[in-house]
Design a protein around this ligand. Structure first.
Ligand SMILES: *Cc1c(COP(=O)(O)O)cnc(C)c1O
Length: 402
């Protein structure tokens, strides 16, 4: 029997749930792209995006997904053969490095594995050993959506500063922007990349590259950049057409405008961070309760270094895939597949899954996902501790008092 004939929940780490308001804003005929409202609305996006990123620097918008932002960021700052240091903490940081290698960069990977964040002391040691300053950029993710680790961005900045290393600091916030605290300027991030389909609640299709003055200087010598990827006319167009190097992403502009109204002007970015913190902790409390009578545990042991937007869960043999399948087929809740943990169908892969808790999310959505999982554990006879739902509501109640 299937019980999923209702509003289905997509609890995967991107794309995230799209608010009805965003969808409605997009439901319209194509606008004039040469003058009028579309131009005015586009201009209003930039200050709000910078509010979300906490930067007074520049922003470029691309029609693209996260991979597009990765390429745009590298192309504007680097030249063929340049050395970049990539901090591997899961599939996503490594993927950014692989893309860099395809562009002709000399990529050095420091792999910290799937279970912890990048160790700032080891990074500092490596930077100090680079006497000739061959490393032109340090690439890291804030939240790696595969392992669900959250790197300590200020500590990594400090590693650069303490070693007096001039490399550009480039950070992927695709999963974390709008969900987890990020202070681009205060933390000394030179280039930050993001996309619209996670914390920004808009259908996949727009990517962002934020950059400061130091990165803008690097742009002058970068030989990888092409007119399509050039962030300069996108950030400071002389005519509207240059802003997207062609036709604007018309409907996404309306959708993103609605999403930023909600995030920046109604909820407020700091309140959104707190909301994500609460829901992440509710999920962790439930996982901990289940784990007291079974094999479930959060992949990242240290709560401080866990993402607030996604949680990777490790389970007993086969349990991850079985539960994920049950939740989708029977209960109408889609959980995320594991990424970078074994290959599909392998033992490691079948003993993990991911929960996305990013973007447009409230109490019934979190408790609905947790309730479906709890029922699935019982239906499938997967050993688990009791009290998970109560543990989650207790967290929500405490955070809901303020
Ligand atoms: C989702 C994600 C990406 C990839 O984004 P796409 O839109 O799928 O290209 C890259 N990095 C992180 C941290 C992500 O969460």
């Amino acid at each position: 029997m299937s019980l999923h004939y209702g509003h289905c929940l997509l609890s995967i780490p991107g794309p995230s749930t799209i608010p009805e308001r965003v969808l409605s804003a997009m439901h319209r005929p194509s606008p004039n792209i040469y003058a009028g409202e579309l131009h005015d609305i586009t201009a209003t996006l930039f200050p709000d995006l910078k509010t979300v990123a906490r930067t007074s620097g520049e922003a470029a918008i691309y029609i693209g997904n996260g991979h597009g932002a990765w390429e745009g960021a590298l192309a504007n700052c680097l030249s063929k053969g340049d050395k970049v240091l990539v901090l591997g903490t899961g599939r996503f940081a490594i993927g950014w490095g692989e893309l860099g290698a395809q562009l002709g960069l000399d990529v050095e990977l420091m792999d910290f594995g799937d279970l912890t964040d990048a160790d700032p002391a080891k990074v500092e040691e490596r930077l100090r050993s680079d006497h000739q300053h061959e490393i032109k950029a340090l690439l890291t993710v804030q939240t790696d959506t595969a392992s669900s680790v959250q790197n300590d961005i200020p500590a990594l900045r400090k590693a650069l500063d303490d070693s007096q290393h001039p490399a550009l600091f480039m950070v992927d916030c695709i999963a974390s922007l709008g969900c987890e605290p990020h202070e681009m300027d205060r933390w000394g991030v030179d280039v930050m990349v993001a996309a619209c389909q996670k914390g920004l609640m808009t259908p996949a299709g727009i990517a962002f590259v934020f950059f400061n003055e130091k990165a803008a200087q690097a742009r002058k010598n970068a030989d990888l950049v092409t007119s399509y990827w050039d962030w300069q006319p996108r950030a400071n167009p002389e005519i509207y057409y240059q802003q997207f190097c062609g036709t604007a992403p018309t409907h996404h502009i309306y959708g993103l405008r609605a999403a930023l109204d909600m995030l920046v002007h109604e909820e407020g970015i700091e309140a959104a961070w707190k909301r994500h913190e609460t829901f992440a902790r509710a999920y962790w409390a439930a996982i901990e309760a289940w784990g007291r009578g079974g094999a479930f545990r959060a992949n990242i042991e240290n709560p401080e270094r866990r993402s607030r937007a996604v949680t990777t869960v490790r389970t007993g043999k086969g349990e991850g895939t079985r539960l994920r399948d049950w939740c989708e087929r029977i209960a109408g809740v889609t959980l995320g597949i594991p990424l970078g943990l074994g290959t599909p169908g392998s033992e490691e892969w079948d003993a993990a899954f991911r929960i996305g808790h990013m973007g447009h999310l409230n109490v019934p959505m979190v408790m609905g996902t947790l309730g479906a999982m709890d029922a699935g554990l019982k239906a499938l006879d997967i050993p688990h501790g009791s009290g998970a739902l109560e543990a989650a509501t207790a967290v929500i109640a405490v955070h809901g008092q303020s």
